[in-house]
Design a protein around this ligand. Sequence first.
Ligand code: MN
Length: 575
Amino acid sequence: MGILITDTTLRDAHQSLIATRMRTRDMLPIAAELDRVGFFSLEVWGGATFDACIRFLNEDPWERLRSLREKVKNTRLQMLLRGQNLVGYRHYADDVLKEFIRLSVKNGIDVFRIFDALNDIRNMELAIKVAKEHRAHVQGSICYTTSPVHTTDKFVAMAVELERLGCDSICIKDMAGLISPAAAAELVKAIKSKVNAPLNLHSHCSCGMAPLSYYAASLAGADILDTAFSAFGWGTSQPPTESMVAAFKDTPYDTGLDLELLYEIGEYFAAVSGKYRMLFTAETTRPNVNVLLHQIPGGMLSNLVSQLREQNALDKFSQVLEEVPRVRADLGYPPLVTPTSQVVGIQAVLNILAGARYKQVTQEVKNYLLGQYGRPPGEINEEVRKQVTGEERPIDVRPADRIKPELPALREEGHKLGIIHRDEDLVTYALYPQVAVKFLRGELKEEAMPSLPETTAKSTAVPDLPLELSVDVDGEVFNVKIASVLGKTIEVEKAKKPKQLPPGAVTSPMQGMVLAVKVKVGDKVKAGDALITIEAMKMQNQVTAPHSGTVKEILTFQGEVVNSGDVLMVVEQNG
Ligand code: MN
């Protein structure tokens, strides 16, 4: 039997390389051709695509799925489902999960690749069961990682358990591209000796080993491999479809796919990648063996770069990468995949930006330490737990067991807001209550396609024009003297002292959106009390009172986008 191929160009590939920004209009013209290839499946949905559609592209993800389904008549459409987290970043109630899966099938999904970030099967069981009830193909996934607590035996035991639960195939999900050829061969052999279901290896070229690991896995008995068309392959994405198919040609592993047709489709995607070329960065396109240390998956890596850029802290990138494994060890070595990659990654960012570890902590890290993501693979650093959660004890049941049905109240709210026009809208609202309201009301716009910077042609027309500017960066005013327009010498000097902050000012520690203002003018607060919740980098961050006192003035509102250093409120100190 030859190797089967799942093509990920329309999901994981652009998620990993260009922060999930490919538009549906760039997918549809090639969909019928993709259908002709004979792939085992096309991964087109789930993961971050749902969020990115709404947040950045002003696209309805359900509509994307339906229009792809119309054009792809024969090939299975596959999605990535984060177990009880669905396509979000927290655990949802069981009723939301059931409705999400029902509608996913109804709109065109055939294959659910289901995983849990902690490999806690309790968080996958219901999704597996419900997807099976809808007669979908269920691929149970093992999040592959390396750590002192992860062993081949444990991975095999998990594969056996997933097959026992009825999974139709098993996936080794190597989301960060860590698996070496030898490790892949060993793990594939070990799983195949205990499991009958077809075995899929999903990896990324992040450190450059994936094509070798695919070959080793194939020799060891893997059945399915994930690839992406070359223009959206390599780097933090999958190995190229065309190259892998060519590599196996005329061997017992021959995929049987038509290289000429693949070449034609490849040319189409090469043209599409040209439109997005400003989003491809060196960090995501170049192999980097450092990934073996920090373990950040492709999707998260491109996100981290763009988020650090937003916070004006791209120069801290390598420091953050070094902090990631330390935070991960503190949290009991979770595999780094959404949402744990965000939880760990953002905490690492905060530890570096704040200049002190766990001084600023996201709500998600707190929840994680309280067991609300499930059972960590290893031991938690007790000192960190005490520092963050105090006396509160972690739960030991399946996190969703503590979540009451969510749909009835949301349905009522949604109808009051006038945003529910079909069943799918309710699920969108349940998944992303903040951004969905604006999206469903039609108040969002597609973000602009990033364009190339102005050509230097214009600049050369006015050579050596001296230019002086005054630039305000977070309250500090810099005098910028541009000695040459071509940018050979740029002098920057700090001009004035930072703007005076009013006494008792509470400033935003980061750029983000205000989700909630938890106090009102006149309230008495104690040092450490939560004042405002800011969503940044998809995580919720509490801004706390720096001192005890009385809220004198509130200078922000729910929904406002604030910058690092902005004054959010004034808390007058007691006495
Ligand atoms: Mn992946």
